[in-house]
Design a protein around this ligand. Structure first.
Ligand SMILES: Nc1ncnc2c1ncn2[C@@H]1O[C@H](COP(=O)(O)OP(=O)(O)OP(=O)(O)O)[C@@H](O)[C@H]1O
Length: 269
């Protein structure tokens, strides 16, 4: 069954069009990379799938129904943020804090909910983090627990907002491999937003590339080309393949990834 369908969708925030006339489909078990420069609309598109940004025109459907807030079929992993109250929790309580929609309220858990918490800790290979406070964890370890939170309640679609931000290349590859293992175990579609394509190469089934208010959707070889990206960046772009990697260049500068790259290279997964 098609997980997500956009029919000629325009998304606007505060009267400004962020994306115009986008049509796309995300099919069962697809691993979809959502790419694009800063401000291209990646988070907005994910929020639209969750029913948090209504379509200004066109239609968004999720598993055949109109996109709606609070859809239990969707698991969402937000961008990593520090300095929250959650940092004092241990890994298990942090994961449990989203059960029944309670954030940080530490609800009293039913037996089934407790079992769900252990299930997702196993899935993301984080039993070793269950008793440790988040305060002492690396960025990568916290990422794993955020992924576990997103898997509570057995969603049928997983949306991940920039899980690779602030990780170095080795740890980025480890996160992608973990998400792929989780996806294979659960057999659900995943939308993985990222500034960088290379860590996702070899794992992606499909790319959705946003830019300049538009989207291009297809295989890497269909989308990541000079002509397509020049349209999306609104500037002449050259795509160079070298040593199994793809470099997206504007003149002599690499345009992809630089903005957020490796702010905290020490973060471990
Ligand atoms: N609440 C808001 N009010 C006004 N403008 C907003 C709001 N949220 C997002 N925008 C604007 O919408 C555009 C798309 O933002 P969005 O966060 O979706 O981009 P993104 O591709 O996820 O960016 P990044 O890679 O920097 O996270 C940006 O220009 C942003 O400034």
């Amino acid at each position: 069954m098609t997980a997500v369908k956009f029919d000629n969708v325009t998304l606007a925030i505060a009267g400004r069009n962020i994306l115009s006339g986008v049509s796309l489909a995300i099919e069962a078990q697809e691993f979809v990379g959502l790419l694009g420069p800063n401000g291209a609309g990646k988070t907005t598109l994910l929020r639209a799938i969750m029913g948090l940004v209504p379509a200004a025109s066109g239609r968004i459907s999720v598993f055949g129904d109109a996109a709606a807030r609070g859809n239990p079929a969707i698991g969402y992993m937000p961008q990593l943020r520090g300095n929250t109250d959650a940092l004092r929790l241990n890994g298990r309580d942090f994961v449990a804090s989203v059960v029944n929609g309670h954030r940080l309220g530490l609800p009293i858990l039913s037996r089934a909910a407790r079992a769900d918490v252990e299930r997702v800790l196993d899935l993301v290979e984080a039993q070793d983090l269950a008793k440790r406070p988040l305060l002492e964890m690396s960025g990568g370890e916290r990422q794993r627990l955020l992924l576990a939170q997103a898997l509570i309640g057995s969603p049928r679609l997983l949306l991940l907002d920039e899980p690779l931000i602030s990780l170095d290349p080795k740890r980025q590859r480890a996160v992608v491999a973990l998400v792929k293992r989780v996806q294979s175990a659960l057999a659900i579609p995943v939308v993985f937003s990222s500034h960088e394509l290379n860590p996702l190469l070899g794992t992606l089934d499909k790319v959705m590339y946003l830019g300049n208010g538009h989207a291009a959707i297809g295989s890497v070889s269909e989308v990541v080309t000079g002509p397509v990206l020049s349209r999306l960046y609104g500037a002449p772009i050259t795509v160079v393949c070298l040593g199994g990697k793809i470099f997206v260049l504007s003149g002599e500068y690499e345009v992809e990834g630089d903005a957020h790259r490796h702010e905290h290279d020490h973060a471990a997964v």
